[in-house]
Design a protein. Structure first.
Lengths: 548, 305
């Protein structure tokens, strides 16, 4: 038996000392991660090398493979690679992240003889993947017509009817010519409908045979679906008969599931993936450790198009009064939120993303509306609205953890200074969505959509008939302007209308915009010709190659 | 057992429907294009527009015939999805339990035998840390710290044991360590406490007085009696592991029944969740039965008429 040379007192002292050291080490603040653009895409093309599998990780398991019943990035990111559209956004190392330049996909050329007619001339050599039941046959105008008719058909289970509802009819003029006639002009038809990641060309024979697209994936895109290890990963292989000769250069890509964010970042640190992590890269607090672990990583710091804003129910007290809505906006210190919640890794915003430079109000006007906090003005507005002693409201945060919840806590504190006393009601995300969609809320923190099309930031959010009009704003004057910009095909005219809309929104404040965050995607130098793009899929992987 | 399962089925069926939102909203909440007609149509197809009692009776009618329905999200049979996922969870549970026992029993013995020594204090400190530290925190550190220090992570892409046994076991080793360490803390303390009680008994004194070596006294005479409460604890821990490895499965990207259950809850996949919980209840009850039967084998004093 060992003699007891260690008294209980000494052991406790030693343990306490160790714990104190460990606590001190944990509390030592790390240097804040550097932010701002350090973007340099990989070097312009050298000679592409063939072969290899590109690897990345993503966050959420898809329920099935049918792209017509799901809208999430998980279902359209990697899983979108086997499909093509008629036209697509140009991507590549020389293309800006927010660029909306269009280029041919299945359609080689297109023309618009009148405001409601589009003539699309298809590639004569584009083929379906050489898999049953399409078996590598040529993609024809009939296939395109079938796809658009499918999307417009309310009797099948696809969820995109309203997106294509502006199409009056689609005709296959000949094997390579598709004529699309709209019910009325749409200024964004090419660059927000036809080129949308949701406008995939679908394999008709799969539908005829199986009645759904859940299990069989056949497209015309650069990659073919290979297999799905449920809960583990999806594998895609190159399409050897892709209509762009020589591409893709890689043999395929691996889309591995890693639900936990810390794990996704760890595999990047360990060099287990070639780029990512999907969907939005690393968060600012991890940048330093990642850069230290992998100094050769090439970073692409971009502003996300997702807007953080405060949704206000304009049909319920107190936000049925525009003065109270204005008070909310005046009480928010956006610059302070960017500094304290996001450590500078965000930018303040107006009603549309900063990247939409062609459509935004002049900076001076934006700053005048959103630039500075004015508590005195907020209180004055509240008092004029009949709330001299403040008002109590229920505040609905979107999620209950992380930086976004910290944002809510800061906002609630700022509103309190103005006399708007918020009682937080924490709910699950589907409950939050249900509350906003049914207008069963008072004020809520919200996160906007991924889009660089002005219509998505105006008509979709504020038109009285739009299902995404969360505030319930119903203003005939605004509706008229929103409908007008939809059909204005002359850019200068549309821009003027959009400027007028933004000014009117600034007066009415149906929602209170706050900020956008940066996205920090990175890739290893051996992944050549790579640059991310805001569009919702990864078909830009057809341009990359591996040089290990 | 049947009444218990019946009660579980009622509880889970109605409790999940108390959560606001349903599978339709959970699936389509970020869809900017859906309209109310389509939402109502989907609800009708899934039978969600029927009274809740009718929904339960419809489901029960299928369940007693072995048909637990299809997942409301994937459309695949719920039983098939359980069969696919359960081997992952059971492998994790077995390895975790094995590691915890391999570690905890010897440490517990040493701690009891060398009571109040440095070894004992270290072991008890480990016990306190193990009881305090969440397994998911340990699991996260196992992944994050090596990636920072050595740019290395354990294997994180699941491979079935039949495909590549070596890689499979290596992948399961790390989450099993994380889970096993936490379990081991409880088991170690139980072994220590139980062994100390047994070592005080007269028959142990007689064994020592007869001149038996200390090792034999412990292993042949004391240990078997002290393991009875350990079996209880380990059995319960194993049962909880089968339903409680959710976070570990998520961190280590293991496609087990834990993540299936978590996804079912967050997506309001009622049928899948009902099938999962019922299945886990059955397994838990069977494990308890096995533990009770094992008592009878290990301790002749316990017999069931």
């Amino acid at each position: 038996m060992i003699k007891n040379r260690y008294s209980r007192r000494n052991v406790i002292r030693g343990g306490a000392g160790f714990a104190a050291l460990a606590f001190a080490a944990a509390c030592t603040p790390s240097q804040p991660a550097s932010t701002g653009s350090s973007s340099s895409s990989s070097a312009p093309a050298n000679t592409p090398k063939k072969g290899g599998i590109v690897k990345t990780v993503y966050q959420t398991e898809v329920p099935h493979l049918d792209p017509t019943t799901e809208t999430s990035y998980a279902s359209h990111g990697g899983p979108g690679a086997p499909f093509s559209r008629l036209i697509r956004y140009k991507t590549g190392p020389d293309v800006e992240f927010a660029s909306r330049t269009l280029e041919p996909d299945l359609a080689l050329t297109w023309e618009q003889p009148d405001p409601v007619t589009y003539i699309m001339k298809l590639r004569p050599d584009a083929k379906w993947h050489n898999k049953p039941p399409m078996n590598g046959r040529i993609f024809t105008a009939d296939d395109a017509k079938w796809s658009f008719d499918f999307y417009r058909d309310a009797s099948n289970k696809n969820v995109f009817q309203s997106m294509f509802s502006g199409i009056q009819r689609v005709e296959a003029v000949d094997k390579t010519t598709v004529k699309i006639t709209l019910a009325g002009p749409q200024s964004f038809f090419l660059d927000n409908v036809l080129s949308s990641h949701y406008a995939k060309m679908l394999p008709p024979d799969v539908w005829e045979k199986e009645g759904n697209f859940k299990n069989t994936v056949v497209g015309t895109g650069p990659f073919m679906f290979d297999r799905w290890d449920r809960g583990v990963k999806m594998m895609y292989v190159k399409n050897p008969e892709y209509f762009e000769p020589g591409k893709p250069y890689v043999d395929g890509f691996e889309w591995a599931l890693q639900p936990d964010y810390a794990t996704r970042v760890s595999v990047l640190r360990a060099g287990e993936i070639d780029y990512g992590p999907e969907p939005t890269g690393a968060q600012y607090e991890d940048l330093e450790s990642i850069k230290k672990a992998q100094p050769t990583l090439i970073w692409d710091d971009q502003l996300r198009s997702n807007l953080y804003y405060l949704a206000l129910n304009v049909n319920a007290k107190p936000f049925n009064d525009v003065r109270v809505r204005q008070a909310v906006s005046a009480a928010i210190d956006r610059a302070e939120i960017v500094k304290t919640v996001y450590f500078g890794d965000a930018v303040t915003s107006s009603f549309m993303p900063q990247a939409l430079t062609d459509w935004l109000l002049p900076k001076a006007e934006i700053d005048a509306t959103f630039g500075k906090r004015d508590i005195a003005k907020a209180k004055q507005l509240l008092s004029a609205a009949g709330y001299p002693n403040g008002v109590d409201v229920e505040f609905l945060p979107r999620i209950s953890s992380g930086a976004e919840f910290s944002l809510c806590e800061v906002v609630v504190a700022m509103l309190k200074d103005a006399g708007i006393n918020c009682k937080m009601k924490v709910v699950t995300l589907p409950e939050w969505t249900t509350a906003l969609n049914s207008k069963n809320y008072t004020i809520a923190e919200a996160l906007g959509q991924t889009s660089f099309e002005p219509d998505d930031w105006t008509y979709v959010l504020y038109h009285s008939k739009s299902p995404r009009n969360q505030s319930g704003f119903n203003d005939p004057k605004l509706d008229a302007m929103l409908e007008k910009q939809r059909i204005q095909t002359v850019v200068a005219e549309r821009k003027q209308t959009l400027l007028d809309i933004q000014r009117y929104l600034g007066e009415q404040m149906p929602m209170v915009p706050m900020m956008y965050r940066y996205e920090h995607m990175s890739h290893f130098p051996h992944l050549k010709n790579f640059k991310t793009h805001w569009s919702y899929d990864v078909t830009y992987l057809d341009k990359v190659w591996l040089d290990k | 057992m049947i009444p218990a399962l019946f009660g579980v089925s009622i509880f889970v069926f109605f409790s999940i429907r108390l959560i606001p939102g349903d599978v339709v909203m959970a699936q389509l909440f970020d869809n900017p294009y859906i309209d109310k007609n389509r939402i109502d149509q989907i609800r009708h197809e899934l039978g969600l527009d029927l009274p809740v009692g009718v929904q339960y009776l419809n489901w029960l009618g299928g369940a007693v015939k072995g048909d637990f329905g299809n997942s409301m999200i994937t459309g695949r049979p719920t039983v098939l999805q359980i069969v696919e996922r359960f081997p992952v969870t059971i492998e994790l549970a077995i390895m975790s339990s094995f590691l915890s026992l391999v570690f905890a029993i010897p440490v517990g013995i040493i701690s009891a035998v060398f009571r109040s020594s440095l070894l004992d204090y270290v072991a008890r400190l480990f016990g306190i840390i193990g009881l305090s530290a969440p397994s998911f925190w340990i699991g996260t550190l196992i992944i994050v710290l090596p990636s920072i220090w050595w740019q290395w992570t354990p294997p994180l892409s699941y491979v079935a044991i039949t495909t590549d046994p070596g890689r499979n076991l290596l992948q399961f080793l790390f989450p099993s360590i994380a889970l096993g360490l936490v379990m081991a803390a409880t088991v170690m303390r139980m072994v220590r406490s139980s062994l100390l009680d047994v070592l005080r008994l007269d028959y142990i004194k007689v064994a020592r007085a007869k001149g038996l070596p200390g090792t034999l006294v412990i292993t042949r005479h004391a240990l078997k009696n002290s393991l009875i409460p350990v079996i209880t604890v380990s059995g319960i821990q194993f049962g909880f592991l089968l339903g409680g490895t959710v976070i570990m499965e998520k961190i280590f990207a293991l496609p087990g029944i834990g993540t299936l259950t978590l996804d079912s809850i967050s997506r309001r996949d009622y049928t899948q969740l009902q099938a999962n919980v019922l299945f886990l209840a059955i397994v838990f009850l069977l494990i308890n039965l096995a533990v009770d039967l094992f008592y009878g084998w290990i301790d002749p004093r316990i017999r069931y008429s």
